[in-house]
Ligand binder design. Sequence first.
Ligand code: ZN
Length: 370
Amino acid sequence: MTKSTGFICDESYFWHQTGNGALNVNAGGWVQPDTHAENPETKRRVKNLLERSYFMDELKQIAPFLASREHIELNHSSSYIENVKSLDEAGGGDIGEDAIVGPDSYEIARKSAGGVMKAVDAVMTNEVQNAYTLNRPPGHHAEPEDGSGFCLFNNIAIAAKHARKKYGLKRILILDWDVHHGNGTETAFYEDPDVLFISIHQENIFPKDRGRVKDVGEKKGEGYNVNVVLPAGTGNAGYLEVFKEIIEPIADQFQPELIMLSAGQDASRFDPLGRMLITAEGYYQMTERLKNIAEKHCGGKLVACHEGGYSTAYVPFCTLRIIESLRGKRSSVQDPYDRAFDEGPFYQNQQAAIDQVKDTHATYWNFKSE
Ligand code: ZN
């Protein structure tokens, strides 16, 4: 088996326009035009760091393809796709809460989905062991009939459905560690026992009233939707405990054939849209644990795609560490923001949050008693 790591990116990903708002708010009214939070620089600087550090030479660069309309229809209604297309042709506008379509966004969003699909193909055909897609726009908030939270098409849901259709997979595990709840992905598989969705997110940020612990899936999918809701301020130690106490035992029972990761680096300690405290090294450690799960159950098959992350200074270092772990090799880059942060404190309220998830899911999964 090859041990290489694929890297999928495309210049067009940086050309999707989100306007000149400030943070997540459109300019106008009382808001002076600024740089929108979901702008190309947070992601382009990831690619720049990979090139500047020559770590790109360690990766197998793979070109994405343009997902067809039929591909996008794996997860979205025909009328919604048509709305995105029409809005693009009309020069752009809003297509949901905090979801912006700009000129050419229809094509770019199809290529963003095609990038994650291509990563699935590369991993499933053993062209590479694992892969990271640095794609934009992100996808995990996009609902079948609606855009949301900077997302137009749900890249990871489309790619997971592609994986199931093309390779006949029966058990796919999707982990979403973006600081916001992966509502669109949850919706896509809420009644589906073949795709186990685990979202780790900060409580009560976005979207409103989604991602509750008690939302465990419905019908045949009951038990296959796991929301891990953590209090603001959770850092490396709390997240690693989630892997140990929740994700690893569930994965051992589910035995995934493929693992997919919605990699949002907005749980970092410098993110303007989240209040978590993960460091770049924390992202490395989490990826190590996820990679170990993939090696244990599915020959290391792991597909990661980019979601949120809004600190232009820190997203590059966090994402580099994830890619280093995937590759199984360290770069020479030092995290200049790492003032010897350790794993961070682990508070009782974080343990309580973990225990609540374990109690809620005790009827579906066995957890080791401490
Ligand atoms: Zn996010």
